[in-house]
Design a protein around this ligand. Structure first.
Ligand SMILES: [Fe+2]
Ligand SMILES: [Fe+2]
Length: 312
């Protein structure tokens, strides 16, 4: 594929891609219960960061969780190993974020956390790093609801510490499970079908209010739909990821004034409507809510949810 026309970077600008919910099964014998065409789309996505790809010019890539399909410990081990190998070939740094499929909600289990730790490092569950004018905080909340009280407390403490560090530096938080309900609450609980339709640890949202004055944007995945909302001066973005229709990822361009966010869909030739988890074939009909009166808008978000600016 020919490379897309390059946009010239301005001085000091940092650009990066957020990819999520690839549910990749880069193994010789993938489970038949994976997403139809999921690994092909995951492979396409990673190729976009290679020479002649659409996004070879990004400074780094963030993986916002559920990069592998992970149905059991055996498949987690095999898929994680294969995914790590694919990521190693990227010409730019890759920053992982743990999703629930990386350890099947067994947060705190050394056995289930080991494949992710082995692939990326024990220090890659909760961490932060500088990205030009902003600091990116990665928080592991993939085990929300299933987490022990001890672990939950530890998570909140780590989050608070990262929020309070580097005061005055604008921050972007990346966590797999969104901190807020990205659609009408009852509708979303119904269409997603799991209690983790949002992070169930309300104290993390409280911390955004009390210690998160520097946070401008929270980026998540998990829902397999795309949406953005603004709450108390913070933008919350969730992208569908590549496994499920409508197959989206995000590009972020950051300078010292603002963050430009563009959510982009995969080429139509790769679309698989059967991979939609908020409509047919999983349900007889698609879902809608007050802000999204059509099923496609419920999945893709309205235009203002897909392309927007966050002022720093
Ligand atoms: Fe997922
Ligand atoms: Fe998930």
């Amino acid at each position: 594929m020919a490379a897309a026309k390059r946009r010239r970077k301005t001085e000091g600008e940092v650009t990066f891609a957020v990819i999520n919910d690839l549910h990749a099964q880069f193994v010789p014998k993938p489970s038949p219960h994976g997403y139809p065409g999921g690994s092909e789309r995951a492979d396409w996505m990673l190729r976009q960061f290679q020479p002649r790809g659409r996004h070879v010019d990004v400074d780094f890539v963030v993986g916002a969780g559920d990069l592998i399909n992970g149905e059991d410990l055996k498949s987690i081990r095999a898929e994680m190993k294969a995914f790590r190998k694919a990521v190693k070939r990227l010409p730019m740094p890759y920053y992982p974020c743990c999703g629930n499929h990386e350890f099947l909600q067994r947060e705190g289990s050394a056995e289930y956390e080991r494949p992710y730790a082995k692939a990326f490092g024990k220090d890659r569950f909760d961490y932060s790093f500088a990205a030009g004018p902003v600091r990116i905080i990665v928080l592991n909340n993939g085990g929300t609801f299933h987490v022990t009280a001890k672990r939950r407390e530890q998570r909140a403490k780590r989050f608070e510490k990262m929020l309070r560090a580097h005061p005055g530096v604008p921050k972007i938080v990346v966590c797999h499970v969104p901190l807020v309900s990205m659609r009408d609450r009852d509708v979303l609980y119904g269409s997603f079908g799991f209690i983790s339709y949002r992070c169930l640890e309300g104290e993390l949202l409280d911390l955004l209010d009390t210690a998160g004055a520097d946070v401008r944007l929270v980026v998540s995945g998990h829902l397999h739909l795309t949406g953005m909302l603004r709450r108390r001066g913070v933008c919350h973005l969730v992208t569908a990821g590549t496994a499920s229709f409508p197959h989206d990822y995000a590009l972020l361009r950051v300078n010292d004034q603002r963050i430009q966010v563009d959510v982009t869909g995969l080429p139509k030739s790769l679309h698989e409507p059967k991979s939609n988890i908020h409509g047919p074939p999983r349900y007889a009909e698609g879902y809608t809510d007050a802000e999204h009166p059509h099923a496609l808008a419920y999945l893709r978000g309205n235009a203002a949810e897909r392309k927007f600016v966050v002022n720093l």
